[in-house]
Design a protein around this ligand. Structure first.
Ligand code: MN
Length: 286
């Protein structure tokens, strides 16, 4: 199933090139008293909600996906986890370019550890990226986004994919410079997720997906998640050995080679096999 938030926070099921409005399904979502558990309610109750959404989608109002404004398919993650330096060719390009990487960030993913991005940075493709620091280099990083479906604490690599709700296209937008990654990559709108969540049952192997980013018809990034140093399974297991992963948590699994700066007016066309495509506009602040 393909699940989306769109327009004015409508809930949708995407099928046959159309988004079907199943917002009424939210009446079936258990609403706990404040203070609630951490995590995304819809994702946490997805097993219960899927048949409700499926039934409602038949005969629901719908519109072509080209006419929908897609928001992040996860409304309330508790964390956005970033996996750095996870493609060898990206490690090589980063170490060859002092603008991308400074001494403290040298090395592959195992030496770097994971980082966290502020959840306030999360947007969907229709909202676009707003460049807050026009005088600083700001790069696109296209990545496979993994969305956690249930609490994962110290899970093994073998069982890791059982904890995945689904997958989406992710952009880990990055201001280049010497500061900590969590600071440079947490600017408002610098975490893009979209255009919808493809549930895990539709992706047989997340480590064998083509991914591509073009701007104005020019190919910038073109790779396959099979080139990741740490597989999706190992990233989930490793992350869960440090902190519990909660429903809705997002892992941005690392970017392949070809990162580069964006400027106002650019439209990042992003595609990942088995998920779909999205256009993300870049704007100037103010
Ligand atoms: Mn990244």
């Amino acid at each position: 199933m393909r699940i989306a938030w769109f327009d004015d926070h409508r809930l949708g099921v995407v099928r046959d090139g159309r988004v079907h409005d199943v917002t009424d399904a939210l009446a079936e979502l258990p609403m706990p008293d404040y203070p609630t558990e951490h995590g995304d309610l819809l994702i946490a109750h997805l097993d219960h909600m899927r048949p409700v959404m499926e039934t409602l989608s038949k005969g629901a109002r719908s519109k072509p996906i080209t006419e929908a404004r897609f928001l992040s398919p996860v409304a309330h993650p508790t964390k956005i986890i970033g996996t750095p330096a996870n493609y060898l060719k990206h490690v090589a390009e980063a170490e060859a370019d002092p603008e991308i990487i400074t001494a403290r960030f040298k090395g592959k993913v195992e030496e770097q550890g994971l980082f966290l991005k502020a959840i306030s940075s999360l947007v969907g493709p229709s909202q676009g990226v707003t460049l807050r620091f026009p005088d600083r280099r700001t790069d696109h990083e296209l990545e496979l986004g993994v969305v956690i479906g249930r609490v994962a604490n110290n899970v093994s690599g073998e069982e890791a994919l059982d904890y995945v709700a689904g997958y989406a296209i992710a952009l880990d937008m990055s201001v280049r410079g010497p500061e900590d990654r969590s600071f440079r990559k947490s600017v408002d709108s610098y975490s893009v997720l979209g255009p919808w969540l493809v549930t895990a049952d539709e992706i047989a192997d997340p480590d064998a997906l083509d991914l591509k980013l073009t701007i104005g018809g020019e190919t910038r990034q073109d790779s396959n998640t099979g080139h990741m140093i740490l597989s999706t399974r190992r990233q989930i297991a490793w992350a869960s050995s440090f902190y519990s992963l909660l429903p809705g948590d997002i892992i941005m699994t690392g970017t392949p080679e070809g990162v580069g700066p964006v400027k106002p007016g650019d439209v990042m066309h992003c595609a990942i096999e088995g998920i779909g495509e999205m256009d993300v506009p870049v704007r100037a602040a103010g």
